[in-house]
Design a protein around this ligand. Sequence first.
Ligand code: NAD
Length: 489
Amino acid sequence: MTVTAEREKALLESVPTGLLIDGEWRDASSGKTFDVKDPATGKVIASLQDANSDDAMAAFDAACAAQADWARTPAKERADILRRAYDLINERAEDFALLMTLEMGKPLAEARGEVTYGNGFLRWFSEEAGRHYGRTLTVPEGTLRMQVHHRPVGPCLLITPWNFPLAMATRKVGPAVAAGCTMVIKAAKLTPLTTQLFAQVMQEAGLPKGVLNVVAGSSASSISGPILQDRRLRKVSFTGSTPVGVRLMKDAADNVLRTSMELGGNAPLIVFEDADLDAAVEGAFAAKMRNMGEACTAANRFLVHEDVAEEFTQKFVAKLEALKPLRGTDPESTLGPIVDEGARDDIDQLVQDAVAAGGEVLTGGHKVEGDGYFYAPTAIKVEKGNPILQQEIFGPVAPIVTFSSEEEAIEMANDTEYGLASYVFTKDQARMYRVAESIEFGLMGYNVGVISNPAAPFGGVKQSGLGREGGAEGIEEYTTVQYIGIADP
Ligand code: NAD
């Protein structure tokens, strides 16, 4: 069903535009606002209050004031709030999906998928809250009983990127709430609306004031800077690019902060000669084109055995050519726009550089004329050493390169500073395990192109970051360990 202009307007008008500080939506102290645009049209769709350093500190003060009570709140109460929020988001799934399509561009079908995935973190962590075990035992000498408790780490600063507006927020807020932490969240300035609506739902679900504070703003460092310097802060959790993550880690070091860093990726997708080629093409397509390729887990380098490269490439290119780049609200859309003009220019530059270095464009390779920031789905045949193989593309562009042996595939896969996602297609399970033991990546998909799940630990190695989100590991990131030694009576 086509989305009407009235429906879009009504939804956008229902989203809070203020800063959520201590349970109240407030105006920015400067009186300034910033605009949010629809990347499919380039038009302004909303204006939000623009937080400055004073607002950020007011939000952080509220988080600090709420911390002690929130930490004492029983896990079941925290879990019930998350579960109620999960139910409310399910009821409003269409609103969340449409809002993400409007501010970020992804087709509605994909946005619905993100609601299911992102909301899953609230359900998962509502269940984890009550199951977070400590342990009790006697020290080996028999002289002390020991109790090990998990305590909430304390007030947190959460910083999220624009590519998955709901999931990146729930993946942090869910475990922080479950563990008993209070927080200030700052979403990306390109896509802050979903976080605003999500925070309103958390309020409706009964989250006490001050636990979750939301500061949208056009200047990220004036929000994060003063909070990072404050000795009351205990943790910063960041998802975004590696250079910004490195900078935040340096700032965090001054304050000896716990950090979680979910950073960039450069995922290899390896297709061996014995792979089920149709499954490999499906997996490759999903791993590349989901979210217009704007995913840290997106397949970025297609390493294909030379014996099957031609057949794989033909089938893969045919799928790319069937994509329909249209505004995400159009039921026919299967590829949305790039998030903004600058990001589209960067993608185009990477393609031009790949071609200058000898790459051959098989399909696409250019911007789509007309409104918005669309980029044609692109496949490029390249040789080893092409600069595009070392860059995170963050767009619908697939460089394909061949290999001739398992050893060569492993060496090529590891030839990157990143280590987030990887994908392997082969019918030989022994080979899959050999590869898994030899490649340096935090995630591996075996004969599948999308593996993210709230129950699974998500995170990378090398320049892709530190820490894990989701799974049993996700809540650990928001707790600290306390040991009590008890004299034997
Ligand atoms: P970005 O690093 O530009 O921005 C991420 C967030 O950090 C935004 O909220 C931004 O406003 C904020 N930020 C920017 N500069 C800052 C500063 N100096 N101080 C404090 N905050 C600052 O990244 P992006 O363009 O929004 O997102 C794309 C990047 O995110 C890609 O590299 C992608 O791989 C990565 N990413 C990683 C994961 C993961 O889980 N590993 C998931 C999604 C995206």
